[in-house]
Design a protein around this ligand. Structure first.
Ligand SMILES: [Fe+2]
Length: 714
C-alpha cells in the first residue's frame, strides 16, 4: 500500500438522492440542490477549455466538439419535459434542435463529417442560465408525491441530472483527447500526487481465488435510487470457482505486453481488434506519450505527467482483450476479461454502495482526485479497486435482463447498444458520480472506444457468448411473432390457438401431425397438446430458425414497428402460454417446400395448413400431394382467406375466385370438387377471424374459412 499519496477530498461529495421519503418539501429541496450542484460541476469542467479551438474542434472524429455538449445537457431537460408533457414551451427552439442529438458510438471507420453553425459560448452560457432558472422553478412547483417513480415529473428531473453526470464523465474524456495547449489545469480538479517513479517500485499483481456460486444480476424495481431502464430486471448466473487479479493492470504490467511487440502481432488480437489496430496504427495505449523505449509520459485530463507506472493502464476493450490473450500464452492459464457476472461476484466484497457510504471506499465520485491513483491505494476485501479509479472492461456485450422494458421518455438510451458491439464497463472511475457510481450501474461502449477505463483479468473457464442483436429486427418475422405469441388485437382471439381448438373439437386426439406452413410455430406447439408428435414445416428457414430458438430458450425478443421509424421491444414467451417442455419435446421444426415436400413427411393422422394455400405457387399440386401423406381416415384441416394474388400464385393455378366457362367459381366449392375423390367433409366450414398488427394503429383484419376433411379408406 502506498501511503505517500495523501487522500484529500476536493469537493463536497454529492450523492444521488433517495427516491423515497416522508416529506415532499424536503425532497424538493434535495432535488434542487442535486440539480444545481450537478449543473455547477458540469460548468466548472468546461473551465478547462483555454481557447476557442478547444470548444469548436472535435477531440475525436466520432464526437461533436465540446460546445455541443455544453448546450446538450441543458437542452435535454427542456426536450424531455416537453416530450413528457410537463411543460409546454421551448426556451430556444434553434438551440434545442441543434444540441439535441449526440454523435454517439459509431464505428471507427464511419466518420461523421457534418458541419454545424454552432452557437457562441456566450450564447450557450446565457441559454444554460435560462434553463437553470426554468428547471429550478419547475422543481419547486411540480407535483411531487413520494416515492418518486418512473411516471413522476421528478423522474424526468433525475433523468436530466444523471444524463448530465454521464456527460460530465464523457466530456472529461474528450477534454483529455484535446491537444494539451488548448486546455488548462484547474486547481479545483487536483491530480493525485505522483509517488513512485521507478518501474521496480510497482507492486506485482497476483491472482486471488474466488468461490463463484450463484450471482443475481439486475436492480430490483423496489430499489430506492434512480436507474436507467437497462439496469432493471433479473438474471441468474451460476459461476464455477475462478481467480481474479488482485489489482487492476497497471501501466507497468501492461508495458511488458507493449515491449513484447504485442501491438505488432495479429495473433494476440481478435479479428475486430486487429482491424482497429491496423486502422489506428496504435503502438501503445492512447494516453501514453513518447516512445516505449524512451521517456514515457501520461496524458491526464488537463496535464501531462511523468509516467505513473503504478496507476492503472487505460485502454479500450480490444487492447485489454489482446493483453489477456498474450498473458494466457505466457502463463498457460485461461486469462481473460471478466464477464459481467464475475465482476458482480467480486463486487460483493464491498459491503457499501453509494449513497450509503460515509466516504467513498475507492477513488470514485470525485471524492479524492481528478485523476487515477496507484492500483494499491484502495484495498476492498481481498482486492484493490473493485470499484473506482478506472472503469473495468468486461467480456459481456450489453443486453436487457429478463423483464427489461424501455422508459418511453428515453427510448433510445439502451436499445441502440443492444447490438452485440457494445461491451459493459463496470466499477466506475474517479469521475463517476451519481448513478454511475452505483453498484448496479450498467454502461456499455463500443469496444474500440476510450473512456477512463482499464481492466483486471480473471482466470476462468467461463465463456461469454458473443451476443448478436438480441432483438429480431426483420418486420416480417416480428409481425409473425406478434401474431403467434403477442397480445390479442381488436378483441380477436389468437388465431393459432382458436384454430387448434376448432380441430380438437372435432378430433380430440391424433397420433402424428404435420403443420405445413407453420411460420414461427404457435400452431404446431398448440397441436402438441393433442398429438403425440408434430412436424412443423415452413418454406422460410428464417421462420424455422426463430421457432427452433423459441422452443429451445422459451423466449424470443423482437422489435415491432410502432409508427414510422419507432419500434416497440417485445418478448415472445412460451411458458406463460402454458406451453412447457412436454409440448416442445413433441414438435420437430424443419424447413421444407410445400410444393415439393420430401418423401419422409408421411404417415400422418392429421395435416393442417393454416392460411397456406393462397401463398403457394401451385395449391392444387400441394393438396393432391398431401392426400398421399395422410393415413386412411386421417384429417386434413385447411384455413384460407382465399386471397389469391398473381405475385404468389399464377392465375392459371388459382383454385377459385375465377370464372369457369363464364360461371363464377368461388374457392370453397372449388375445394370441395378437388378434394371430393379422396375426402369427405367432416363438418360445416367455420369462419375464423385473424388480426395481424402492422403498426400500433394499423391492422390487417381477415376472415379465414376453416374446412375439415377426412380421407376416405382406400
Ligand atoms: Fe446525451
Amino acid at each position: 500500500m502506498n501511503l505517500e499519496c495523501s487522500v484529500t477530498p476536493f469537493t463536497p461529495p454529492t450523492r444521488t438522492p433517495w427516491l423515497q421519503g416522508e416529506d415532499s418539501q424536503r425532497k424538493r429541496r434535495e432535488l434542487l440542490t442535486y440539480f444545481q450542484q450537478t449543473y455547477d460541476l458540469y460548468e466548472s469542467l468546461f473551465e478547462a477549455l483555454a481557447v476557442d479551438d478547444a470548444w469548436f474542434n472535435k477531440a475525436i472524429p466520432l464526437r461533436h466538439p465540446l460546445i455541443f455538449y455544453f448546450g446538450h445537457t441543458a437542452a435535454f431537460f427542456i426536450n424531455k419535459l416537453l416530450a413528457g408533457g410537463w411543460i409546454d414551451a421551448r426556451l430556444d427552439a434553434r438551440i434545442e434542435a441543434m444540441v439535441a442529438i449526440g454523435v454517439d458510438e459509431m464505428s471507427w471507420d464511419d466518420l461523421d463529417e457534418s458541419h454545424y453553425p454552432w452557437p457562441s459560448v456566450a450564447e450557450l452560457r446565457q441559454y444554460r442560465a435560462r434553463v437553470r432558472e426554468r428547471v429550478s422553478d419547475f422543481i419547486q412547483t411540480m407535483p411531487l408525491t413520494l416515492p418518486i417513480d418512473w411516471h413522476s415529473p421528478a423522474w424526468v428531473i433525475l433523468m436530466g441530472i444523471e444524463h448530465e453526470r454521464i456527460h460530465l464523465e464523457t466530456s472529461s474524456v474528450l477534454i483529455r483527447q484535446l491537444p494539451l495547449q488548448w486546455v488548462r489545469s484547474l486547481p479545483q480538479w487536483p491530480v493525485c500526487p505522483l509517488a513512485r517513479h521507478q518501474l521496480a517500485q510497482v507492486p506485482a499483481n497476483s491472482l486471488v481465488d474466488v468461490a463463484g456460486g450463484l450471482v443475481r444480476l439486475g436492480k430490483p424495481q423496489s430499489d430506492a435510487t434512480y436507474a436507467w431502464d437497462n439496469e432493471y430486471g433479473q438474471r441468474e448466473v451460476h459461476l464455477a470457482p475462478f481467480q481474479a487479479s488482485r489489482m487492476l493492470v497497471s501501466n507497468a504490467e501492461f508495458l511488458a505486453f507493449v515491449q513484447a511487440g504485442g501491438y505488432l502481432e495479429p495473433r494476440w488480437w481478435s479479428e475486430e481488434g486487429w482491424g482497429w489496430r491496423q486502422f489506428s496504427q496504435a503502438q501503445q495505449p492512447t494516453f501514453w506519450v513518447g516512445e516505449p523505449e524512451g521517456e514515457l509520459r501520461l496524458r491526464l485530463m488537463c496535464d501531462e505527467v511523468p509516467m505513473p507506472w503504478d496507476w492503472p493502464v487505460e485502454v479500450n476493450q480490444l487492447e485489454a482483450d489482446a493483453f489477456c490473450r498474450w498473458k494466457a500464452v505466457q502463463t498457460g492459464l485461461s486469462v481473460q476479461l471478466p464477464c459481467e457476472a464475475e465482476w458482480s461476484c467480486l463486487r460483493q466484497q464491498v459491503a457499501v454502495d453509494q449513497p450509503n457510504w460515509p466516504v467513498a471506499p475507492g477513488n470514485i465520485n470525485l471524492e479524492y482526485w481528478a485523476s487515477s491513483c496507484p492500483v494499491d491505494q484502495f484495498a476492498q476485501g481481498d482486492f484493490f479497486d473493485l470499484l473506482g479509479n478506472v472503469w473495468q472492461w468486461s467480456s459481456s456485450p450489453i443486453d436487457g435482463y429478463d423483464g427489461f422494458s424501455i422508459h418511453s421518455l428515453y427510448d433510445d438510451f439502451s436499445t441502440p447498444t443492444f447490438d452485440g458491439k457494445h461491451n459493459l464497463i463496470k466499477g466506475g472511475s474517479w469521475i463517476s458520480t451519481g448513478n454511475l457510481a452505483l453498484q448496479h450501474s450498467r454502461y456499455a461502449f463500443r469496444r474500440h472506444f476510450f473512456q477512463h477505463a482499464g481492466f483486471r483479468y480473471v482466470v476462468s473457464g467461463h465463456r461469454e457468448t458473443d451476443s448478436v442483436n438480441p432483438y429480431e429486427m426483420d418486420p416480417r418475422v416480428a409481425q409473425a411473432l406478434d401474431a403467434h405469441y403477442g397480445p390479442d388485437h381488436l378483441g380477436v382471439a389468437n388465431f393459432g390457438q382458436a384454430l387448434v381448438a376448432r380441430v380438437a373439437s372435432l378430433v380430440p386426439t391424433a397420433g402424428k401431425a404435420l403443420d405445413m406452413g407453420c411460420s414461427v410455430g404457435r400452431t404446431s406447439l398448440e397441436l402438441a397438446r393433442h398429438c403425440r408428435e408434430v412436424d412443423g414445416v415452413d418454406f422460410s428457414a428464417r421462420f424455422i430458425d426463430v421457432a427452433l430458438t423459441l422452443a429451445r430458450q422459451d423466449r424470443f425478443r423482437y422489435a415491432l414497428p410502432s409508427e414510422g421509424d419507432l419500434l416497440e421491444y417485445c418478448e415472445a414467451r412460451l411458458s406463460p402460454l402454458g406451453i412447457g417442455a412436454e409440448q416442445v419435446a413433441r414438435v420437430h421444426f424443419s424447413q421444407g417446400d410445400a410444393c415439393n415436400l420430401k418423401p419422409k413427411y408421411q404417415g400422418y393422422d392429421l395435416i393442417l395448413a393454416a392460411n397456406l394455400i393462397e401463398q403457394l405457387r401451385d395449391p392444387k399440386r400441394f393438396l393432391l400431394d398431401v392426400a398421399h401423406r395422410l393415413n386412411a381416415g386421417g384429417i386434413l384441416v385447411l384455413s384460407s382467406t382465399y386471397l389469391w394474388q398473381e405475385a404468389l400464385t399464377p392465375k392459371e393455378n388459382w383454385l377459385g375466385g375465377i370464372r369457369e366457362n363464364g360461371e363464377a367459381l368461388a374457392s370453397y366449392p372449388a375445394l370441395q370438387r378437388l378434394l371430393a375423390p379422396a375426402f369427405e367433409e367432416l363438418a360445416e366450414p367455420q369462419e375464423l377471424p385473424l388480426v395481424i398488427r402492422q403498426t400500433a394503429r394499423h391492422y390487417q383484419h381477415a376472415l379465414a374459412q376453416v374446412t375439415v376433411w377426412r380421407k376416405r379408406a382406400e
